[in-house]
Design a protein around this ligand. Structure first.
Ligand SMILES: C[S@@+](CC[C@H](N)C(=O)[O-])C[C@H]1O[C@@H](n2cnc3c(N)ncnc32)[C@H](O)[C@@H]1O
Length: 228
């Protein structure tokens, strides 16, 4: 695959990659931080290099609990942050029967944080807008489609008008779309129920009792050769 897209990054110094994450128990605090920067996108543009999710344990637990229900053999970690999903999938696979797992990652703002934690570079730096315009279709050949795309703690940040175009684009290159979210949104099965199907859902509480949800979707009409 080719087409890696470079965008300007803020510089990261070792040890500074904490505290910029979304704390479910302090959603208004996070919203305030987004508002202070103008928008969530501008916030990550400025502070993406320092991002780490304070609810990484819930991401790991949800992926592990549902490991056998999704084929993660070839996964796209979309909006990869500092590698929360990539690291969880690798950690869950280690020493077990999923060792041949391959995870590719994409995020427009967290290249430094991702490289620092995972030791590997992002594969792409596409934004919601790029993906909605078909950027992934240009770099993922039909025989390279993913068995799953995981988008964790991020799809609620997509502008409403881009939500379906982004999800449809992700499902063109992936057999399954797995969303992990600290919110009830997005409810994709209501966005276009004729096209998209909720296969299963799960949830796990944070220390403060707030729910983090995992939802697995597939397109109703597409011939998903990898995962059927
Ligand atoms: C709350 S973080 C989630 C990161 C990681 N997946 C996790 O589970 O912790 C949201 C991510 O969305 C990315 N993001 C923000 N605006 C974006 C945009 N316009 N297009 C694509 N990604 C964006 C940020 O760079 C950030 O990594």
């Amino acid at each position: 695959m080719t087409g890696k897209k470079k965008k300007k990054q803020t510089h990261l110094t070792a040890g500074s990659h904490i505290g910029a994450g979304v704390d479910v128990g302090h959603c208004s605090g996070v919203r305030d931080r987004y508002a202070a920067c103008g928008s969530a996108t501008e916030y990550y543009e400025k502070y993406g290099a320092q991002y780490q999710n304070p609810h990484e344990a819930q991401v790991l637990a949800l992926l592990r609990a549902n490991e056998t229900r999704v084929d993660y053999s070839r996964t796209l970690d979309f909006c990869a942050g500092s590698g929360e999903v990539t690291l969880a999938l690798q950690r869950n696979a280690r020493g077990g029967r999923f060792e041949d797992r391959k995870v590719l990652a994409c995020d427009p703002f967290t290249a430094d944080a991702f490289a620092l934690r995972t030791g590997t570079p992002l594969d792409w730096e596409f934004s919601f807008e790029d993906v909605a315009r078909g950027a992934l279709d240009e770099v993922v050949a039909p025989h390279q489609r993913f068995s799953a795309c995981v988008c964790s703690f991020a799809l609620h940040l997509a502008p409403e008008a881009l939500l379906w175009p982004v999800c449809h684009a992700l499902l063109r290159v992936s057999a399954r779309l797995v969303i992990i979210t600290p919110h009830k949104r997005p409810v994709l099965e209501l966005v276009d129920p004729e096209k998209i199907e909720l296969e299963f859902a799960d949830e796990t509480p944070t220390e403060r009792g707030k729910m983090v949800r995992l939802k697995c979707y597939k397109l109703r009409s597409i011939d998903t050769t990898i995962n059927n």
